[in-house]
Design a protein around this ligand. Structure first.
Ligand code: AMP
Length: 420
């Protein structure tokens, strides 16, 4: 071990378990890639104000959890705590919304940073795969995204997750509700922090996890009763499309989420095997965000799924992903000339698409075979002077232990045939 450790709240992904993370990212991205979503990558940091304006001044993410820094040139930057604001910023800057085809559909995968109190499922550096559909107001788009996330989780073999669904209203009906809620909340017995929250973002008080607060919330005005006709109709259509697609969900009128930019559809994927950090992913519609960051009106919807928590969910359900062996064939040369020949064979195998590795470091047969074993390879190729003189190598089946000579010229074809 060196003197250094990974910073608090972070961890390294190391083989072999890192393969699971990679497979999860790929599984989440796969349905997006066949549904018209293009890949986008943005910098790991942005101007602080993109997040304070976009994500919201009153959110924990912005007030407590952002990693900020001042550059030598005096610019205030923040490590990105989430993906949506950056993706929208990049789409606007790149004029993707002017290229004609709306919605602009994008997906991304990357690292995010929040200064949180670390615990299982809650880290300071974590990984998300996300999707955004920018510039269209269409309930089918909201439904599409929820269906694609559901498909991704199911393709991984997850079953014990639930979809929570709510509508947060729009700029017509939400302000009316907000005022009614504030009037109700101001009469309750609450601490200073929560009182402040009533004035900045009262909807988030509904989300308070404390029993003492929840007890007082009985009888609070509910947004459902304040939704305008347009929002109601929109929400009903999203629900109908999900039902038609066979995607089950639960209406959760208390679902608010921790970001200020959501309007209308909001949803969360929760997994019942994860304890307190049960949200594996979430998202919603953010019709006002573009204007909040200085862009034109571009109603949009998106989600982000947490890779770390998805891996924890797989563990909780005892799902083992089928990860192809990193190495199918392991070459063990005996002697200098064999080294050269087998190194060439390994290159040929790799070109032919066979995962192959080589015994480096001039090891003896015994130690090289041990490494062949550890590599998980199905076959070992062993070649000595006498074999090469006869134009063959020994092909050893590592499962059965059987070994037979195969002509060098036929080796690649033979191995491919055997591996199926
Ligand atoms: P949010 O942007 O907070 O809605 O987060 C979306 C998803 O990212 C969550 O459902 C989690 O799966 C994941 N996530 C958010 N914060 C963290 C964190 N601190 N550690 C691990 N995963 C996180």
């Amino acid at each position: 071990m060196s003197t250094f450790k990974a910073p608090k709240g972070t961890f390294d992904l190391l083989p072999p378990s890192s393969a699971t993370y990679l497979a999860v990212r790929e599984a989440i991205a796969a349905p997006l890639q066949t549904s018209g979503y293009g890949y986008i990558e943005t910098p790991g940091f942005e101007d602080v104000s993109l997040f304070s304006r976009g994500v919201g001044e009153s959110t924990d993410i912005v007030t407590k959890e952002m990693y900020t820094l001042t550059t030598k040139g005096g610019t205030e930057l923040a490590l990105r705590p989430e993906g949506t604001a950056s993706v929208l910023r990049a789409a606007l800057e790149g004029n993707l919304h002017k290229a004609g085809n709306l919605p602009v559909k994008l997906w991304y995968s990357g690292s995010y940073y929040r200064y949180e109190r670390p615990q299982k499922g809650r880290y300071r550096h974590f990984s998300q795969v996300g999707a955004e559909a920018i510039g269209a107001e269409d309930p089918a788009l909201d439904a599409e995204l929820i269906i694609l996330a559901d498909q991704a989780y199911r393709s991984l073999g997850l079953r014990n997750f639930r979809i929570l669904l709510n509508s947060l209203g729009d700029k017509e009906c939400r302000p009316v509700y907000r005022e009614a809620l504030q009037t109700f909340l101001r009469d309750l017995d609450l601490d200073e922090d929560t009182r402040r929250r009533i004035e900045i973002n009262p909807l988030r008080v509904l989300d308070d996890k404390r029993d003492a607060v929840q007890k007082q919330l009985v009888g609070a005005p509910m947004l459902r009763d304040y939704l305008c006709d347009a929002c109601k109709a929109y929400h009903e259509e999203v629900r109908a499309l999900l039902q038609a697609a066979g995607v089950s969900f639960q209406d959760d009128e208390k679902l608010v989420r921790g970001l200020d930019y959501y309007t209308r559809t909001t949803f969360e994927f929760v997994h019942d095997g994860l304890g307190s950090q049960s949200a594996v992913g979430g998202g919603g519609r953010y019709d006002g965000l573009s204007e909040m960051i200085g862009g034109p009106s571009l109603p949009s919807v998106g989600w982000a799924l947490g890779v770390d928590r998805t891996v924890l969910a797989l563990e909780a359900e005892g799902v083992e992903l089928e990860i192809p062996a990193a190495t199918s064939v392991y070459a063990v040369p005996l002697g200098e000339e064999a080294r050269r020949v087998l190194f060439g064979v390994v290159t040929e195998l790799r070109k032919a698409g066979v995962a192959a590795d080589f015994s480096y470091g001039g090891r003896g047969l015994k130690s090289a075979m041990k490494n062949a074993n550890r590599s998980g390879a199905r076959y070992a190729i062993i070649g000595g002077e006498r074999d090469l003189a006869e134009g063959v190598v020994q092909l050893k089946d590592m499962e059965s232990g059987e070994q037979e000579p195969v002509a060098l010229a036929d080796l690649v074809a033979e191995v491919r045939a055997r591996l199926g």
